[in-house]
Structure formats: C-alpha cells, structure tokens
Design a protein around this ligand. Sequence first.
Ligand code: HEM
Ligand SMILES: [Cu+2]
Length: 595
Amino acid sequence: MIAHTSKPLVSGETGRRVEIPEGPSYLTGGGLMSWAFTLDHKRIGVMYLCGILGFFLIGGLLAILIRLELWNPAADLLAFGQGADATARAEIAKNNFNQVFTLHGAIMVFLFIIPSIPAALGNFVVPIMVGAKDVAFPRLNLASFHLYFVGACFFIAALLTTGLDTGWTFYTPYSVTTTGPVVLATMGVFILGFSSIFTGLNFIVTINTMRPRGMTWFRMPLFLWSIYATSIIQVLATPVLAITLLLLMTERMLGIGIFDSARGGDPVLFQHFFWFYSHPAVYIMILPAMGVISEVIPTFSRKHIFGYRFIAYSSIAIALIGFLVWGHHMFTSGQSALATAIFSFLTFAVAIPSAIKVFNWLATMYKGSIHFNTPMCYAISFMALFTIGGLTGLPLGALATDIHLHDTYFVVAHFHYVMMGGTLISFLAALFYWWPKLFGRMYNERFGQLSAIIVFIGFNLTFFTQFILGVKGMPRRYASYEGSDAFPVTPELLETFTTLHRISTVGALILGAGLFIAAGTLIASLWYGRKAPANPWGAATLEWKCCSPPTQQNFEVNPIMGPPYVYDDIKYDPAIDGYYEVVPDRTTKPMQDPV
Ligand code: HEM
Ligand SMILES: [Cu+2]
C-alpha cells in the first residue's frame, strides 16, 4: 500500500505528493535490558555508535599525549616527574611512550575505525536502504555486538594492566618475548575479529536476499555496493588474522617454535600472515568511506552520480586486488627481488580503482547545483585528503623510495591521511548526513560547517608536517629526537625536527577543538534542534522514505522504489524545510538503470 493524498503540490506541478506516515520512534520504550538484548538493527547500530565514539575519545586522548611528548626533543613528559636522574627519567618516558602509541593504534584500528562505518552506521542504514525490516540474521547481529563488547573488555584489561608495547602490529620476535599483556590484547583482537566476520556475513546475506523487487544489482545505492565489497573482505581475510593471533598465543604460552627462530621458526612469517589480513583490512576501513561519499556527493550536487558502474565495479576490484599487495609492507624484510617487483606492480594497480572513484565524484560535482551543507563540507574535505593519502602510497609502493621512507614519519603521515583524512572524515560526513534520520533532530549547520573547516586545517597542520619529517629521516615510534649514536641528529636537523613536531602538536590541538565542536553540535541538536523532516536533504535512496527517526518496522507503508540518484521528482517544501516525493500523473514511469 502506498499512501497518497491529493494535497496540492507546493510548486504547482501536477501529480501526487507522497506522504510519509509518522509512528512511534524506535528510540522510545523499554529499559536498559531491552536495549542490551534488542534484535532491532537500529538500536544495535546506536549502541555500536556509542561504543566506538567512546573508544575514539580514549584513542584521541592518547594521541594528544604522543604529540605532547614530542613537543621537546628529549623524552621527558611521559616520565610524569619520576626517576632520580635525567637518564632514568628518559627510560621511563620511552617505555611509557611505547605503551601509549601501541594502545592508541590498537584502539583506533580495532575498536574504532574497523567497526565505525559498517557496524555502527551500516547496521542502521543498510536494512532501511534495501527497504527491509531488519538484517537477515538479527540474532547474529546482536551476537556480533556482544562480541564487540567482550573484545573491548579484553582491551580495557590490557589498558589497565599496562605494559603492552608491541605496536598495533604485534610483530614477532618481540611480541613473543616481551612481558606485556600480549595474550590479553591479542585475545581481544581475536574476539573482535569474530564480531567483524558476523557483521560481514549478515550484510552479504541481507544484500543478496532481501532487496525489494526492482532493486537489481545495478539499481542499488553505491553505499550498498561498498558495504558488500567490505563484507567480502571481512569474511575472507579476518579468519587469517584470527589464526595468526592464535599461533602467536600458542607460541607465547607453549613455545612451539613457529615464529621463534631459536626454535626453528621464522619471525618474518608473522609479517606475511599479519599483512595478508591487514592490507585487506585497510580496505575494510576505506571502502565504506567511499560508499558514504558516493551518497553524499550526488545528493548535495543534486545531480546523478557520474559513472555508476565504474564506481560499483571499482569497489569489487579494490576488494580483490587488495588481497595481493601485502608484500609492500615488507620490502625491507629481505623478501626476494622478484616478489618485491610483483608486489610493487600490484600496489600500483590497486591505486587505479581508487583514482577512478575520485574522478567520478569530481565529475558528479561538475556543473552540479552544489549545496555546502555540513556532510558535503566533510565529503569535499575527504576528497582532498584521501587523494593526498592515496598518492603518497605510490612512493611507498616503489622499492627505491620505500627503502628511504619505510618506518619513518612519512608512513605515519600516509596512513593518517587515508585512515583519518579518509575514513574518519567520511565517518563524520556520514554521521552528519544520517544524524537527522538516527535521532530525528536537525543540528546547527553553521557550527557543523565550522567544525569541518577547523578539522581540515588542524588535520593538515598535524599530518602534512609529518611527510616532511619523514623525508628528513625522522623514524616513527621514537619518543625522542635529540640524537644518539644509532640515530645521529645534526643541530640544523634538530631545529627542523623541533619546529615541525611543534607545528604538528599545535595542529593536533586545533584538530581536537574541531572535533569537540562537531560533537557539541550534534549533542546540542538532541535538545535544541528542530524536528527533522523525513527527507531533509532531498536524497532519493530509501532510507529517506521513512519518517525520522524511523519506527520499529522502518516503513509503515511500502516505500516507492525508484532509481537511487534521480532527483527530478523530489521537491522542496519550505513549510517543513525538507523534501517530499511527487508521483507524476503519468501512470507508468519507466525506471532506468543508472549509467
Ligand atoms: C590508495 C592506494 C594506497 C597505496 C598505493 C598504499 C601503499 C602503502 C604502502 C606501500 C605502505 C607501506 C609503507 C612502508 O611501511 O614502508 C603503506 C602503509 C600503510 N597504509 Fe597504505 N596505501 C594505499 C591506501 C591506503 C588506505 C586506503 C589505507 C587505510 C585506510 C592505508 C593504510 C596504511 C597503513 C595503516 C599503513 C602502515 C601500516 C604500519 O606499518 O603500521 N593505505 N601503504
Ligand atoms: Cu598495504
């Protein structure tokens, strides 16, 4: 049943205006237990959102500690005043520094970025985008959230025990011998891996089997394509990480000699296993981000997405080629010259589908009627930052330059441009985009836009400087840069390092301020924001065809399935400061596939 009324249309065309019936919000009713054991994908999404944002805050505070330690060349701040003489203090500070960057990296990767867009926002949006009531396996979905919770507890235990100082990569042989809580933390990652696999499995089945009639593969919103590609990687690659970590745990507890060369094992084998998962994992992080941008750009350009099929296919291409490039993390590990050449070639190949997407987004904006709402500001920021991040991957993928840049701040800058400039910024675009749908409130646009600008400035100050630091030879994961026999630093270099590190630290504080403004804007909207209309942005995908926030069923009446990026029949109504859909008087309207 489709609800139509014969109300006159605002702009005077002929046709019928589609009214969206309101109903009780999914947020109302039930106590704590009804949330903790809910099967509603929206509530699970919101709980994930609270979890990941909490960990983002912890990870962010640890990042500020790292930046403050690097304000001065000597390792001093993280000694917290302890230690009798300067040398003893420096030792304490260096040890603490190792722990701080390990926890920062591990929390950000495993507890924030990987679940951010798919598990939190994807859970909310995917079923609604396919016009369904829920995901295919709601119980598995709840199990995946509970596993996230349990995995996170292991991490908190490792955090409280302190002493985890292997870096987020858990490289052997150090991780086999160190006294830190490696088993506790890897157990956490192991459990989180299952959570990730369950989410991926659920999305694959949901997208395969629950699409409404008429939503063929090539009429699917691109966000669904990207979530589908991500899910394939989650299901295929994560088990490899699980096995690797299991081997590491057995190595530590039983000493069976898989990675320990003293027992006939091979520490480099760990790197192969680890990167066989972790390179595809970087695409688990970026593909959903690209999906978000593919929704936001056409909506706010009010123009059909350019090159739909290319964007869809490139997601799958990235997912597949991404499995074949892990060796670019190991150019300096002594792998054969032939392997290096092949991995280098494939690394260059994987950059092509990424570039295709950027060109298509730009072409979508070209001659579009661009609205600079907050999600669009973040999306444009994403395009600039992700392009820098992707392009700097190329000198790292070429052997000759990587020998110089490997394990320097250049790599740190590269992956922050793609992970933070890419995934985090896109996560913010998505959060501002879907916020009215999630909580039914509009936020203050001016503050939202301001946050996007401050975050952009702070981000570039923090991380662009790190490219220069890296090229000049500043190694990553060092607490001090005053120089030593192993790491000689001339007085001029010391001055350059100090200046650049200080700009980076100031940038990080500005970035933090921008994020606080973003958080404040969203939180304030819950109390002071005006009520959100069903479709505040004039988007054409199905999640805007139910009320904001949705009812527990999502749709009170079946929505009209139309092409996801055609905006002709979506009109603005100043009375509600939102958009509504018009069904033209033509009785049959041929639906075209996006091209
Ligand atoms: C678009 C094309 C990309 C290329 C060509 C590329 C290339 C590379 C290469 C060659 C390295 C190894 C550098 C070294 O350690 O010497 C690297 C490191 C890294 N990249 Fe990328 N990358 C790309 C995109 C991404 C994306 C999208 C992400 C994440 C969202 C990402 C995350 C990382 C991370 C986390 C590391 C460092 C891991 C570590 O050692 O801790 N990269 N990248
Ligand atoms: Cu990689």
